[in-house]
Design a protein around this ligand. Sequence first.
Ligand code: PLP
Length: 423
Amino acid sequence: MADLPTEHLWLPYAQMQKTPTPLRAARTEGTRIFLDDGRPLIDAVSSWWTACHGYNHPHIIDAMERQLHAMPHVMFGGLVHEPAEYLAARLTAMLPGPLAHVFFADSGSVAVEVAMKMAVQVWINRGVRGRTRFLSFRDGYNGDTLAAMSVADPDEGMHALFKGYLPEQVIAPLPRDAETTAEFERLLGEHAGEIAAIVIEPLVQCAGGMKMHAPEVLRAVADAARRNGVLLICDEIAVNFGRTGTLFAHTQAGIAPDILCLGKALTGGAINLAATVATSDVFDVFLSDDPQAALMHGPTYMANPLACAAANASLDLFETEPRLDQVSAIAAQLTRELAPLADLPGVVDIRIKGAIGAVEVNDLHDLDWLKAQFVEAGIWLRPFGKVIYTMPPFTIASEDLSAITGAMADILPRWAARREPKK
Ligand SMILES: *Cc1c(COP(=O)(O)O)cnc(C)c1O
């Protein structure tokens, strides 16, 4: 199998002209990805932040196997099924307040699209015209589809490249201090009449560079949304299910979003599934004798039973295994082991929140060399946007976590030395 061609694949976020030959994964187990040459790699990033219980957890595999034989898929139009009903009931019971209605999607980006479509239609259904824009934040990331891209950071989100095609949103700074608060409030006040909703990633802007903010900042955003009469969409796709230390991140600020997006770790990393959860107030705006007032959306594989079964099994594990305790242990260990890296050349910041540890550097040179060094050290880690970070499975053994932080401590100084200008 080793010489199967990869030339027919188009890889994500890759310049295909010069992308190095990707490694080939053969199987996974626990915290490890095994390459087809047998080399095990400790997964420091939980397969894009999904595998919170590690890989191949027997409880999730069993649940999926049972579902696979009963009904791997059935259309959701006109039919429902127990895995979806059970999952929706459990999610809404876990969530605080009136978040009571779950719309399932097959990827996080689509969950965000659905949230944005819902928000715009809330105003249309209420008979309010002109509220078709969104306010979002610098360093934000909410997915790769077009509406999701439009609310991303203008530079990272390639707004210039797609100018004229992407809807133009109002992008504000997070209100962290007097200056940014004034700017945020000014933009919101000026545009409130055109804005359907504010979109925010609670506590950690992950793909935008692991930028963290205090619960007070999130609370200020939520308060401003209320004061200005716009809806609040929390995109928890990256941080949901324990990543920041609580099951859901927004609860740390005690706020109540109108619409909440879930994804990534929803199935414990076994299979794709995402969800858009709305409050009863939002849901009720779609109840009408007018067929046009309904939410016209329905992904073909919506609420796939196999994915719902995996998600239900993942939720079981949050009840039966000490996931949140594991997250606080990881946070403590990251705090201890990453602190010394602050003194390394080129390191400008160390940020830790729950099971997220990020080392920000002043530039990201020799990226392929850097990635190869981590693989050499037996670690799977994907630096981006000036951050070298870990978001490990919550089940990671402390010596494996030490192997990750130890590899960072070993590799970063050698990498910084390569940055010296060569004359
Ligand atoms: C990954 C991510 C998305 C997009 O999810 P996909 O499943 O990749 O479409 C949206 N929002 C946030 C915050 C994310 O981290």
